[in-house]
Ligand binder design. Structure first.
Ligand SMILES: [Zn+2]
Ligand SMILES: [Zn+2]
Ligand SMILES: [Zn+2]
Ligand SMILES: [Zn+2]
Length: 276
């Protein structure tokens, strides 16, 4: 059978696309309808025939055995990408129309990946430190005035930074969890989960002189994981208690202070984020 004709025959009359895969349903007169459109239809769109759970095994087999490009699973929300199934699955893990978690613990909203930066600007601009810049950074460093930190009683303890390395976008996050004395810090990336697995995050909390220092070396989190899931697994980010932060801010013995810090009455906390 001619491929163009086959594509024509398998096309769903509602979304006008090749079904993504089985099941493919049919009405009592054999008209096809894809599984994405079926839940929205009470009657067959081609003549109002009865529509129940009947499937078209012939259509499913034809689809499975032919090299027909199929639409991205996010086609209903705007993606026009089509590909053979094997390549399509890879595309879908990084499709900019996929839903991701906002990396802001207090927000946690699920948003379309390509709209994430717009979501920051619109919904919580004060939780983000900067506009994304085009130049690559080797690392992202914050020098935090402890007084500023103490003033922040809400969950979003410190506005996140957005930075780039090797063309990927990273988010540096430092949160104090609501009603607890625990602080969490990690790095997220807008890349597909498989790529995130190949990278190592280095998060360091330290005084300006480097003593004491707390380090986390481990996962870079894709945006497909929620903040709550990251926080729940203590091994997936840097965790510090109020007491530890307090010791960073107050309890550094003089002999451990650099000359600069001895002179400087104001102690500063440094957070450093990099990708190894
Ligand atoms: Zn359809
Ligand atoms: Zn029909
Ligand atoms: Zn897509
Ligand atoms: Zn948000």
């Amino acid at each position: 059978m001619d491929l163009a004709l086959l594509i024509d025959e398998l096309e769903c009359p509602i979304c006008c696309q090749t079904p993504r895969g089985p099941p493919i349903f049919q009405c009592e007169n054999g008209h096809l309808i894809c599984s994405a459109c079926k839940p929205r239809m009470a009657k067959c769109p081609q003549g109002g025939c009865e529509l129940d759970q009947q499937r078209s095994r012939i259509a499913e087999n034809l689809l499975n055995n032919a090299d027909i490009p199929r639409p991205c699973i996010y086609s209903s929300v705007g993606c026009f990408h089509e590909d053979l199934l094997s390549d399509l699955i890879e595309h879908e893990t990084k499709c900019e129309f996929r839903k991701v978690f906002c990396p802001d613990l207090e927000c946690g909203e699920v948003v379309v990946a390509k709209e994430l930066l717009g979501h920051f600007k619109e919904d919580h601009p004060d939780h983000v430190k900067n506009d994304i810049e085009d130049k690559d950074l080797d690392r992202c460093v914050w020098i935090i005035d402890p007084d500023d930190l103490r003033k922040r009683s809400f969950t979003v303890t410190w506005p996140m930074s957005i930075w780039k390395k090797n063309g990927l976008t990273f988010f540096s996050v430092l949160h104090k969890y609501k009603n607890s004395d625990l602080w969490y810090s990690w790095i997220c990336c807008d890349c597909p989960p498989d790529l995130a697995k190949t990278m190592t995050a280095l998060v360091r909390m330290r005084s300006k002189s480097g003593v004491p220092e707390l380090t986390y070396k481990g996962r870079v989190h894709p945006l497909d994981i929620s903040c709550n899931d990251i926080v729940r697994k203590a091994s997936s980010c840097l965790v510090a208690t109020d007491d530890v932060i307090h010791s960073f801010l107050m309890g550094i013995p003089d002999e451990h202070k650099s000359e600069h810090e001895k002179d400087d009455q104001k102690f500063l906390l440094a957070m450093e984020y990099s990708i190894l």
